[in-house]
Design a binder for this molecule. Structure first.
Ligand SMILES: [Zn+2]
Ligand SMILES: [Zn+2]
Length: 388
């Protein structure tokens, strides 16, 4: 039976698994049901399966039937977002979480590849299938790394992919070097004396003025502190202070928070230093204080040149595929970047066809992408561990 025929036979179950995971989304580090389902399927298909790696992470190991020393890791993420789904689909979730980033599809595609390879392990060496929890800012990649991922499952190279709505099926994009930004978050809490907004504003530090000045001054960091040929993003996503029911009361605490993005460690350090300094000085100007907290959810994602070519080759081997190997970097973040700091490897975007954007309440992973992704992974194993 040809590879395509075997895949066609498995596809209905793969679609059912994808929709089952979609209907039961779990937030990062809470993927108990999802990881149990993943582990059960891997064992059913005969793979050596390890659970509890970095929390709910799962790793399955498959050795090829031909001798070989090479070992590669293929990674999928399993977590959902805290959002309310509005697709109205039969497999829509109703529990306040949602697979709005397509990690249900990533998990199903890697499961499909594991099943196909376990059926016919016609390669030389070892494949580790890495099912990671908590990609969406909850530290899943770092948790698996801290738990000894690559010591327990040594890999010469590691690979990951992400679906991309709006790009046609069969189209792929990646680039060597910096491809995605380091993604961080910051929170500033201004504190001062609140008070009577009508009678005695002069007896307060007026934190509304402090935060207004801060949000304005923040704009100078990217435009004036970051060198013109480098790039960064700072956006405010959260403003909180006072009470709607007491508009004449000046708050004693105002919080501003947001996101920050950069492509190099130097610019990451600069954003940290400047956000902190701007907050503290804006507060001091009015006699208030600022407490600043900053952290990074993802390092800048840098693809290694050799592995970038391997991934491009695996995509090109798909019938009718096209691969853009010089895409513009994106300022989205991806915690697979931490695995690429530990091992050579690469990350690729895979077209998901027409449809709603990621992280929107109408998004759904395109099941027509499942066989494309499975075949892509099979091609990659052939590239790395040799076809017969
Ligand atoms: Zn996402
Ligand atoms: Zn994602």
């Amino acid at each position: 039976m040809t590879e395509d025929a075997r895949l066609a036979r498995h596809l209905p179950e793969l679609i059912a698994i994808r929709r089952d995971i979609h209907a039961h989304p779990e937030l990062g580090m809470e993927e108990a049901r999802t990881s149990a389902l993943v582990a059960a399927k891997l064992r059913e298909w005969g793979l050596e399966t390890h659970e509890g790696i970095g929390g709910p992470g799962v790793v399955a190991t498959l050795r090829g039937k031909r001798p070989g020393q090479g070992a590669i890791g293929l990674r999928a993420d399993m977590d959902a977002l805290a959002m309310t789904e509005q697709t109205g689909l039969p497999h829509a979730a109703g529990n306040g979480a949602m697979h709005a980033c397509g990690h249900d599809g990533h998990t199903a595609m890697l499961l499909g590849a594991a099943r196909m390879l376990a059926e016919q392990p016609d390669f030389a060496g070892t494949v580790h299938f890495i099912f990671q929890p908590a990609e969406e800012g909850r530290g899943g990649a770092q948790a698996m790394l801290k738990d000894g991922l690559f010591e327990r499952f040594p890999c010469d190279a590691v690979y990951g992919l992400h679906n991309m709505p709006g790009i046609p099926l069969g189209q792929f994009a990646l680039k060597p070097g910096p491809m995605m930004a380091g993604a961080g978050r910051w929170v500033v809490t201004f504190k001062g004396r609140g008070g009577h907004g009508g009678n005695s504003p002069h007896l307060t530090e007026d934190l509304a003025v402090v935060q207004a000045g801060f949000v304005q001054a923040l704009q100078g960091i990217v435009s004036r502190n970051v060198p013109a040929l480098d790039s960064a993003v700072i956006s405010v996503g959260y403003l909180a202070g006072g009470t709607r029911q007491a508009l004449n009361v000046m708050p004693s605490e105002v919080t501003v928070g947001g996101t920050m993005r950069a492509f190099t460690p130097e610019i990451q350090a600069l954003l940290e230093t400047r956000i902190k300094a701007v907050a503290e000085h804006c507060a001091a100007m009015q006699g208030a204080t600022a407490e600043v907290t900053l952290w990074w959810n993802a390092a800048p994602l840098h693809n290694h040149p050799r592995e970038t070519e391997v991934m491009a080759g695996a995509a090109r081997a798909l019938p009718g595929a096209s691969v853009d190997t010089s895409m513009r970097p994106v300022t989205g973040g991806e915690d697979f970047a931490f695995m690429l700091q530990a091992k050579p490897g690469a990350f690729i975007f895979m077209g998901n066809g027409e449809g709603q954007d990621l992280h929107t309440p109408l998004y759904d992973f395109n099941d027509a992408a499942l066989p494309v992704g499975v075949t892509f992974w099979l091609n990659l194993v052939k590239q790395e561990l040799g076809a017969a």
